[in-house]
Each structure stands twice: as structure tokens, then as C-alpha cells.
Ligand binder design. Structure first.
Ligand SMILES: [Zn+2]
Length: 275
């Protein structure tokens, strides 16, 4: 694994941490794995989403396990009802605990959360989609993004930076961003005859190619690279973007994968909080 990330282990629990974000001392950041929880098959063991068919009591227990490990009160986590669209929600003090115990109480129809309030843990769920963390260390504001294929095509990451500029007066040049494990191009192929959004065909800038046409008429989409392009487009510096290239579909021992498990699976969580 590249040196920008560390797989931390606490007993049975394993989670990824971005060292570069950690080194600012401004945030708590984690991307969980499936180890260390109480859920049964196919949600074994640390499923953190309420809306996938797992027992609510197991999910609440799992959230307590991982958030205790991060010294965060699990009852205060703010989550969203994620729908693969491009709505971005500004999280305020009164949103504290939204969705902590029930999916339906999460912030509605939202795939990106932003805040400048310390002590409010943002939590989003993933099984292959791309988790993107952004820190503005000057204005002390953060964003947590859930970007799958649709969110990428809608340029949710780019739009989130626009919103941070508008609300927090963020200067993207000073921001740090981390892209955590998600499905890699190795496991995300689409047959050439299947229609894909023009978005993918127009991404040839910045010497980063998020789509490649391989033999046997199969296109491979690189969601991480596409979101990396959006960060650069928004004005982030390449040196401030940290990418973890582990593929979630390739590691059943560590990750749930929607594609690999044909939809019947749990979710990892990204957890991001200003101190
Ligand atoms: Zn793969």
C-alpha cells in the first residue's frame, strides 16, 4: 500500500487512515473494512448501513464498535440517505445524530456532506463507490463524498468544491483530498456495445485517462481517476491528492463489494470529523 495510507488494527477491527490528513491534526479520518463486527452472513461482520437488510440492532452495535475505537460518540454521527445523485448538504449543529439509529432519519437524497462545525462526525456508506474526503485546513471545513458511476458522471466532486468555495470561501489550492478504497478498473468493465454517458468519452484532459478500451470489446471505467480529474479541475494541486488504489472487489476478506457480491452485501463506512 502507498505510504499516504495506513491500515490500522485494533483487536479485530481494521480501518484505513490517511496519514496526510491525520498529520494536520485537524480531523479524524477513517474508512472501515468488514472485520470486527457482529453481523451475520452476508453482512459479516462490520456492516454499517441500516438499509441493506441487516438487523438494525446489529448495525447500531457495529457503529458503536467502530466509533468507540475512534473515540467518537456513535449517537452523534450524521448520515445521509444516499441516492447516487448530486445533492450536497451543509451539516449544521442541529443535524447532529441524523440517521444515527434509522436510515429514514438520515439527511434525505444526499451524496455529499460538508461542514465547518467541529465535533460532528460525518458518516457515509460504501460498497465499491468512491469515498472522497476533502479538508480545507485554512477555513477549517470538510467534505465527505459518495461518488459511484452516476455521481461521477454528475461531477459531484467538482460541484462539492464549488459549494465549499461559495459557503466557506475555500481556496482549492490549499485543500487536501483523499480517495479511499473503491472498485478499480480491473473489476469495473462495461461491454462496448452498452451505452455509456458522454462524460466518459470527454475525459481526456490532465493526462489522466479514466476510461480504457481493452480487448474483447470491454471498456474499463476508473472511477478513482475520474474523481481525481474533478479535484484537479476544481483547483486542487496534484501533490495534495492522496489515492488509495486497493480494489474493493479484489479483497473479499477486507471489503463488501456490490458488484462482486451481486448486490447482496453490507457496507463499509467513511467517517470524517473536524476536531
Ligand atoms: Zn479489482
Amino acid at each position: 500500500m502507498n505510504q499516504d495510507f495506513e491500515l490500522k488494527e485494533l483487536g479485530q477491527i481494521k480501518y484505513f487512515n490517511c496519514r496526510e490528513l491525520d498529520n494536520t491534526n485537524l480531523v479524524v479520518n477513517a474508512f472501515t473494512t468488514r472485520t470486527g463486527g457482529v453481523s451475520g452472513t452476508p453482512f459479516n461482520n462490520l456492516n454499517l448501513a441500516y438499509n441493506v437488510g441487516d438487523k438494525e440492532s446489529h448495525v447500531a452495535k457495529n457503529r458503536k464498535i467502530i466509533l468507540d475505537a475512534l473515540s467518537i460518540d456513535y449517537r452523534t454521527a450524521v448520515t445521509a440517505q444516499q441516492v447516487h445523485k448530486d445533492k450536497i448538504a451543509l451539516v449544521r449543529k442541529e443535524d447532529k445524530d441524523k440517521g444515527a439509529f434509522k436510515y429514514s432519519k438520515g439527511i434525505g437524497q444526499t451524496d455529499a456532506l460538508i461542514t465547518d462545525i467541529p465535533g460532528i462526525p460525518l458518516l457515509m456508506c460504501y460498497a465499491d463507490c468512491v469515498p472522497i474526503f476533502i479538508l480545507d485546513p485554512i477555513k477549517k471545513a470538510i467534505a465527505l463524498i459518495h461518488s459511484g458511476r452516476k455521481g461521477t458522471e454528475l461531477e459531484l466532486t467538482l460541484k462539492t468544491l464549488f459549494k465549499m468555495k461559495k459557503i466557506f470561501e475555500t481556496n482549492p489550492c490549499s485543500c487536501l483530498a483523499a480517495i479511499f478504497p473503491s472498485i478499480g478498473p480491473c473489476c469495473y468493465s462495461i461491454k462496448e456495445e452498452n451505452k455509456i454517458d458522454d462524460y466518459w468519452l470527454n475525459q481526456v484532459e490532465y493526462n489522466i485517462e479514466p476510461i480504457s478500451l481493452k480487448n474483447k470489446g470491454v471498456r474499463r471505467l476508473d472511477l478513482r481517476k475520474a474523481n481525481n480529474v474533478q479535484l484537479i479541475k476544481a483547483g486542487l494541486l496534484k501533490k495534495n491528492i492522496f489515492v488509495n488504489e486497493i480494489c474493493t472487489a479484489d479483497h473479499p476478506e477486507l471489503f463488501f463489494s456490490y458488484r462482486r457480491d451481486k448486490g447482496n452485501t453490507g457496507r463499509m463506512a467513511a467517517i470524517f470529523m473536524l476536531k
